[in-house]
Design a protein around this ligand. Structure first.
Ligand SMILES: [Zn+2]
Length: 184
């Protein structure tokens, strides 16, 4: 840590404060006596993502961001909602404290969030990401999500709960409920 005034290397810490991602330190140069502030970023341990084919790579926030951005293209999302979702996912991954995480598990975390944010974005992402067992399963998901507008408000509220059992749209239209969609 070099003093910005005299470039001497020796300083003493006179105050230290933690914030979310960095430590703010107030320092005093031992040579010229002037004070300066440093922000030291905490180096988090890299998370390894295990891909479907077994290959491993470091978790890459930018990559996750671009795949979510593709799914959300031209959708009316609040500004910053993708970043917020990624922050939540990253925080979850770090707090889970695991050295490795499957790409599928990370995909599920993304889908949970997209499903609450925007249905079209969710379907786009899921159609790329999820192993739908067959076309019929995916069609049921889509049918359940893309209901007539007037049913939207009520179904949004009970969406997560109901969807575990039966696609909401089908039940409301009075058809025989189909076999529940398997969730991972
Ligand atoms: Zn100095």
């Amino acid at each position: 840590m070099y003093c910005p005034f005299c470039s001497n290397e020796n300083s003493r810490v006179i105050d230290s404060r933690d914030s979310d991602e960095s430590i703010r330190r107030r320092r005093e140069c031992l040579t010229c006596g002037l004070r300066f502030t440093t922000y030291e970023r905490i180096q988090t341990r890299a998370l390894i993502v295990v891909k479907r084919d077994g290959r491993r790579e470091e978790f890459n926030r930018d990559k996750l961001w671009s795949s979510m951005k593709n799914a959300c293209a031209k959708r009316p999302l609040p500004i910053g909602s993708i970043e917020k979702a990624i922050d939540e996912i990253e925080t979850y991954l770090v707090s889970a404290g695991r050295a490795e995480m499957s790409s599928r598990a990370i995909g599920e975390l993304v889908m949970q969030r997209l499903r609450n944010l925007d249905r079209v974005a969710y379907i786009r992402f899921a159609s790329v990401y999820r192993d739908f067992r067959d076309i019929e399963n995916f069609k049921e998901e889509v049918d359940a999500l893309l209901q007539p507008k007037e049913e939207e408000a009520s179904s949004q509220l009970s969406f997560l709960k109901d969807d575990e059992l039966t696609p909401v749209g089908r039940r409301k239209r009075g058809r025989k409920p189909k076999k529940p969609t398997t969730r991972i």
